[in-house]
Design a protein around this ligand. Structure first.
Ligand SMILES: Cc1ncc(COP(=O)(O)O)c(C=O)c1O
Length: 392
């Protein structure tokens, strides 16, 4: 007899995320047909160009041998918190080690932050397009989600529109820069900060996971604007800077009273991040940075290769993003919707991408394409897209 499990009504919105749909379809198709799919849909590094640096691997083995295999007291190894504080200070947010918490990735820091601040009836403003996993936790606590549409083609906040959405119930504004899904940077953190100062109850969560993956224009954090350090939680990660996506380690920087609450959350949920992983992260952040510099230069070449390729595909126009490892081409010239184009592309050409609408309604007319893969895959994917000639 089928068991009817008494799930909490709070998880009634738990469904597989839209942005994973392409990954599932691609995997199933690959299994069924045995044909190689080109994976432009993954939000991850692929292939040997982007293995975690050797000195990080060696530090991990050493840490295991040295006995970093017990519960760590949290909220992070002192030397790692110091190093993260120093790194954050370089972006202009003067940071002390006590203002840092080490988490199991940026997503974990985002989850804890949302659950620490939001409750039923509160309002939270997310950018559209944005990063939907955050919204799961706002919905969990029955907060009211508002979406502020970013203006095209440069995907910036329309500050007048944003401010008109803020009410006394608005607790959180979520920013992400360099932006997912389109790689653009938030250009005007000072102006956003000025607006925030007019709303004393408003906190900002600034998701800066690609802070070290920019191609010329510098990354700017809103937390560096004097006064904003008191009301901003900056979230960052080792995933993207050091190609450590599977290591699950990131951090949050926030005022000490916020870190104190997050620390209890961390302790009571996962009893802190594995100590040997923290030693690995310390090796990454305190060791030689040439690897990161070289990898960013390589990503820039791949970006240019991908953008040039996309602009040669019928019906597609793509601008040049300043950071992250995504392109977000406009596909309206094909005559298809984002989802139609995405479905046809994997079926007819064996190229997986993510429909722009997976990141919000403003993503209609766009697809997200990851270029953190091999040059061969970029060339093969573009060739297939051209040959498929998907134009209505
Ligand atoms: C905007 C954004 N925030 C957070 C994350 C999660 O990062 P982490 O691997 O550190 O959990 C991602 C992952 O791609 C992301 O795109």
């Amino acid at each position: 007899m089928a068991v009817s499990y008494p799930f909490s009504s709070k998880i009634s919105h738990f469904v597989p995320p839209k942005q994973w749909a392409s990954m599932r379809v691609a995997r199933d198709l690959e299994k069924k047909t045995g044909n190689k799919i080109i994976h432009f849909e993954k939000g991850d590094y692929q292939g040997p160009d982007f293995y975690t640096p050797d000195h990080v691997l060696e530090a991990t083995i050493q840490a295991l041998k040295d006995g970093y295999v017990r519960y760590d007291p949290g909220p992070g190894l002192p030397e790692l918190r110091e190093a993260i504080a120093a790194e954050t200070s370089k972006f202009g947010r003067k940071t002390k080690a006590e203002e840092v918490i080490v988490t199991a990735g940026a997503k974990h820091a985002l989850t804890m932050s949302l659950l620490t601040f939001l409750e039923e009836g509160d309002e939270v403003i997310f950018p559209n397009p944005g990063y939907p996993p955050d919204e799961v936790w706002a919905k969990y606590v029955r907060a009211n989600i508002k979406h502020v549409p970013l203006t095209k083609p440069d995907w910036q906040f329309d500050l007048e529109k944003l401010e008109s959405m803020i009410t006394p119930k608005t607790k959180l504004l979520i920013i992400n820069t360099p932006k997912r899904p389109n790689g653009h940077l938030v250009e005007n953190p000072e102006a956003i900060a000025e607006m925030c100062f007019r709303h004393p109850n408003l906190m900002v969560i600034s998701d800066e996971i690609f802070s070290h993956v920019t191609f010329g224009k510098p990354h700017k954090t809103i937390a560096a604007v004097p006064g904003m350090e008191e009301r901003t939680i900056v979230i960052d990660t080792f995933s993207k800077t050091y190609a450590m996506t599977g290591w699950r380690i990131g951090w949050a920087v926030a005022p000490v009273p916020v870190i104190d609450k997050l620390s209890i959350f961390l302790q009571d949920s996962i009893t802190n991040v594995a100590a040997f992983i923290q030693k690995a992260a310390y090796a990454a952040i305190s060791g030689p940075q040439d690897w990161t510099v070289e990898k960013t230069a390589l990503l820039k070449q791949k970006r240019d290769r991908m953008i040039a390729g996309l602009n040669s595909v019928p019906g597609i126009k793509c601008d040049v993003p300043d950071g992250a490892f995504y392109a977000f081409p406009d596909i309206t010239g094909t005559g298809y919707t984002s989802q139609e184009y995405t479905d046809l592309l994997v079926e007819k050409a064996g190229v997986a991408v993510v429909a722009g609408t997976a990141f919000g309604s403003q993503g209609e007319g766009y697809i997200r394409v990851t270029y953190a893969c091999s040059d061969e895959d970029i060339d093969e994917g573009i060739k297939r897209m051209k040959e498929a000639n998907l134009v209505k």
